[in-house]
Write a protein that binds this ligand. Structure first.
Ligand code: AMP
Length: 290
């Protein structure tokens, strides 16, 4: 496995691979790899000749009061995991190379970035879209693999790729969870034992919404109200938002219909966690993922 630290050396390496017609599958990450990341890497391994992973804690997507400094960076462990998964190369750029002196070009995916997580994290998705665009230019993959766990991010990147004609296929993979339902996240490392228990309230609220929809509930305000009541029982949990939105434009929907996304962000103690599920409802057939 190669560890490549600069765009210039990566370009050289890729030129040879591309000349030999190799397909490249790419998994961008911020490191602190867990089974969720590994599921993306495994999918990329199945579908491509070359698997690329980037590890970069992107300063541009963190707000001034957020956890950029403390974000976990267990690099030797991450590299060992990548090696075990037979990753071909890890791109490990230096922040000063990614954001050189005078850096001033950003990408804003308007209309999708200001809502949901974007409301409490202004500028976050501008940082995400910019770094993903840069990484796509540098790694030049055929396919990029993203997790449904970050549903809004996935919608935004798909839109950016479409709007800017970036020649890459975007694949969204399902959220990996612990058996108890907790969505895997690098930020779970911040939770103590009690908070881990409290954090189950996110997936429980989603499970409640699914049950309500399966038993005929359609009014999204009422579904959100029930989720809110469930979460509010946990003293340690502070709701940032709960929303039911259209999966394409992320606009709130009043009644459950078509493709909908139920997304929420909740602070457990000091740790902000997100989760979601995507469902499809039509009068002919109803499908609510388990
Ligand atoms: P991050 O390192 O948090 O930026 O995540 C890198 C990629 O892994 C993103 O596409 C995430 O959506 C994805 N990811 C994070 N957690 C999970 C999970 N539990 N299951 C599947 N994919 C995930």
């Amino acid at each position: 496995m190669k560890v490549i630290k600069s765009a210039a050396s990566l370009f050289k390496y890729l030129k040879k691979l591309k000349a030999r017609g190799k397909s490249v599958g790419f998994v961008p990450t911020m490191g602190a790899l867990h089974a969720g990341h590994l599921s993306l890497i495994r999918q990329a391994r199945k579908e491509n000749n070359i698997v690329a992973v980037s590890i970069f804690v992107n300063p541009a997507q963190f707000g001034p009061q957020e956890d950029f400094k403390n974000y976990p960076r267990p690099l030797p462990k991450d590299l060992a995991l990548c090696r075990k998964e037979k990753v071909d190369f890890v791109f490990l750029p230096r922040p000063e190379d990614m954001y050189a002196e005078g850096f001033s070009t950003y990408i804003s995916v308007e209309g999708l970035s200001e809502t949901l997580c974007g409301k409490s994290r202004p500028g976050h998705f501008r940082g995400v879209a910019t770094i993903v665009a840069k990484l796509l230019n540098i790694v030049q993959p055929d396919v990029i693999y993203l997790g449904q766990k970050d549903a809004q991010q996935a919608v935004i990147i798909k839109r950016m790729v479409r709007d800017l004609n970036i020649p890459v296929k975007v694949k969204i993979m399902p959220t990996l969870r612990e058996i108890n339902g907790l969505a895997l996240s690098s930020r779970n490392a911040y939770l103590d034992k009690k908070e881990r228990q409290d954090a189950l309230v996110l997936s429980k609220a989603l499970a409640l919404a699914k049950i309500l929809i399966q038993s005929g509930a359609r009014d999204t305000a009422r579904i959100i109200g029930s989720m809110r009541r469930l979460i509010s029982k946990k003293k340690n949990a502070k709701i940032d938002y709960i929303a039911i939105v259209d999966t394409e434009n992320l606009k709130p929907v009043k009644k459950i219909s078509g493709n909908y996304l139920i997304a929420l962000a909740v602070k457990i103690g000091k740790t902000r966690l997100i989760d979601n599920f995507q469902g499809r409802f039509s009068t002919q057939s109803e499908s609510v993922p388990a």
